[in-house]
Design a protein around this ligand. Structure first.
Ligand code: BDR
Ligand code: CA
Length: 311
């Protein structure tokens, strides 16, 4: 199986994405790096451990940075719940997190799996930026990077121009997009184009087994919030990014372009600026997911909620 390191800030959609990865027989999750983002680090670490427990997966959880690199930013507790898992009243996890920092764990694992490691980032890019600054040779050992973030045509979800993960830590995103030559980016607009019908999700959550029950509980509040604000389609950003990460052949259209992150400006901070007409002469550094096989995406989600975790 392909070794996979996931950096994440769970988070309701993160949880689904991680379940998808844990149940994919062609990938082996070698670590979860934990970022602050949707909620604070204490909660995201705890949620990650709880998630592994429910999935019966013995995957090390590495806590990362508790804050963005430079400037404090608003969280997304209004969407994900005060504890990041829909305030479902879960019991505390039994297991403990690792003491190694997420950035150091990523560097170490990039050596252990040099040239083979798949890196998937589902939260703010703080830990990965730190890893790159600690070891600028890191990108050369990563086989593929998939990032959920950005709004490539400028229709953000946290500000009119910016998407949450990039807006939470624009400096980190800048460092990562400068350092990695070829990032696979599943942005917010791809998420919107590949929404899920609430009715379908409810049906999939009725599957037997601990994972569907768990996911039903932690996603309930977020799904109600979404029904109320966004109508009958659910936008599950991290799940789409993970679907593409696990099955690259599911992509139906990908555009390669130079991409930069706006660090300043009241209206533009955190925006992902794509050089669509190649005016800058800069090399392409982003592969933008424009369309994915919707049937395959839905199957991947369904299987993750229903299937058994491989031993
Ligand atoms: C992203 O922001 C977070 O709230 C979600 O977990 C996802 O990673 C979507 O903009
Ligand atoms: Ca996330």
């Amino acid at each position: 199986p392909i070794p996979l390191f996931i950096d994440t800030d769970p988070g309701v959609d993160d949880a689904l994405a991680v379940l998808m990865a844990l149940s994919d027989p062609d990938h082996r999750v070698v670590g979860l790096g934990i970022a602050a983002g949707n909620v604070g680090l204490a909660h995201t670490v705890r949620n990650a451990m709880k998630l592994c427990e429910v999935a019966g997966a013995d995957v090390p959880v590495f806590p990362g940075c508790p804050t963005p690199l430079l400037h404090p930013a608003p969280d997304a507790a209004d969407v994900h719940g005060a504890d990041g898992f829909g305030d479902a009243g879960l019991s505390p996890p039994v297991r403990h997190a690792e003491t190694e920092h997420a950035a150091l764990a990523l560097i170490r694992l990039s050596h252990a799996h040099a040239g083979r490691l798949l890196l998937v980032a589902l939260g703010p890019l703080t830990n990965i930026a730190l890893a790159v600054r600690l070891d600028p040779t890191l990108p050369s050992r990563i086989a593929r990077v998939v990032v959920m973030g950005g709004a490539v045509t400028g229709q953000g979800n946290i500000t009119p121009s910016a998407e949450f993960n990039i807006h939470f830590d624009p400096e980190a995103a800048h460092i990562v997009f400068e350092a990695f030559p070829d990032i696979d980016l599943a942005d917010w607009e791809a998420t919107v184009a590949h929404s899920l019908a609430h009715d379908d999700v409810v049906e999939w959550l009725a599957a037997e087994g601990p994972r569907a029950r768990f996911y039903d509980a932690i996603s309930h509040q977020t799904r109600m919030w979404s029904l109320d604000r966004r109508g009958d389609r659910w936008f599950c950003a991290d799940a789409l990014a993970m679907a593409w990460a696990l099955q690259p052949s599911g992509a139906r259209r990908v555009e390669c372009r130079p991409l930069a992150v706006a660090l300043e400006g009241r209206h533009s901070r955190g925006a992902t600026v794509v050089d669509w007409r190649r005016q800058t002469g800069r090399p392409d550094n982003a592969r933008l997911l424009m369309a994915y096989d919707q049937d395959l995406f839905e199957k991947q989600v369904r299987d993750a909620l229903a299937g058994a975790v491989p031993a």
